[in-house]
Design a protein around this ligand. Structure first.
Ligand code: SF4
Ligand code: SF4
Length: 251
């Protein structure tokens, strides 16, 4: 019979109006498999009542066309087209505050699931991920090259001129409060950014082994080049240091 040769399964997803290239179903399956295979997935999705408590308490849902309930339902029902579609814009509206996780009667973590979708968007080099991360290249440069981005002494009017005169209200108390927290190495930019050579080299090994650098190469090649230059230089410095130590021992 004629209908036996046809399938009701949608093989591609595409917007007939935009004329954008359709996405093959195999790609949608690959993306979902990547999200689902993460160790955290089964901890963060236990079922969904579609009750909407997460959306009712979500600050991002208040301001954007975004609903954690909708995202969780897409994952729970394995709606591959909808998941791909949400990864183009909606998932980037989440503030990662995890209010939803605290409230869900099923013990789900919609914010955590969104994090997995974001990581997968980066892994698949989606344009949405590139666009969202582009303004943060300076932050990523500091984070990846030193392991730190912000220290309390940076929260002042010189570093954040755009915060206006009210910055002084948080300036002094923050420095004081931070001193009470037992992480002295993060107290100033001098200590936070001048990372011990051995620690730096170990940090770069972690970025490489965990695939962070490979993902960075996929979303921002220029930044990747700058960071790998810094890494090469520090590794050379480390080798020189070890050689000097060995020489001094032999003398
Ligand atoms: S994720 Fe939880 S809170 Fe949100 S709709 Fe589903 S069951 Fe309700
Ligand atoms: S973690 Fe994201 S989805 Fe959950 S309440 Fe916060 S902003 Fe909303």
């Amino acid at each position: 019979m004629a209908h036996a040769d046809t399938t009701r399964v949608q093989t591609v997803i595409g917007d007939p109006v935009s004329g954008g290239a359709p996405v093959p179903r195999a790609k949608l399956e690959e993306i979902f498999a990547d999200i689902q295979s993460d160790l955290r997935y089964d901890h963060e999705l236990n079922g969904c009542l579609n009750c909407g408590i997460c959306t009712a308490t979500c600050p991002a849902a208040h301001y954007y066309d975004f609903s954690p309930r909708e995202i969780v339902q897409l994952l729970w029902t394995e709606n591959l087209e909808g998941i791909y579609d949400a990864m183009q814009e909606k998932i980037w509206a989440c503030a990662q505050c995890y209010t939803c996780a605290a409230r869900c009667p099923f013990g789900n973590s919609p914010g955590g699931l969104i994090m997995l979708m974001r990581e997968t968007a980066i892994k698949h080099q989606m344009e949405s991920a590139k666009n969202v991360l582009r303004p943060f290249s300076r932050v990523m440069l500091k984070l990846i090259s030193t392991g730190n981005q912000l220290s309390p002494d940076m929260i002042n009017k010189d570093h954040f001129a755009d915060w206006g005169p009210n910055i002084s209200k948080v300036d002094a108390p923050l420095k004081l409060l931070r001193k009470a927290i037992p992480m002295p190495t993060l107290n100033t930019t001098a200590t936070a950014w001048e990372v011990n050579l051995k620690t730096s080299v170990e940090l770069y090994t972690i970025w490489e082994m965990t695939g962070v650098l490979k993902q960075l190469e996929g979303i921002d090649e220029n930044l990747f080049d700058v960071i790998t230059d810094i890494m090469d230089e520090k590794r050379e410095d480390w080798k020189d240091f070890l050689a000097e130590q060995a020489e001094a021992k032999n003398d």
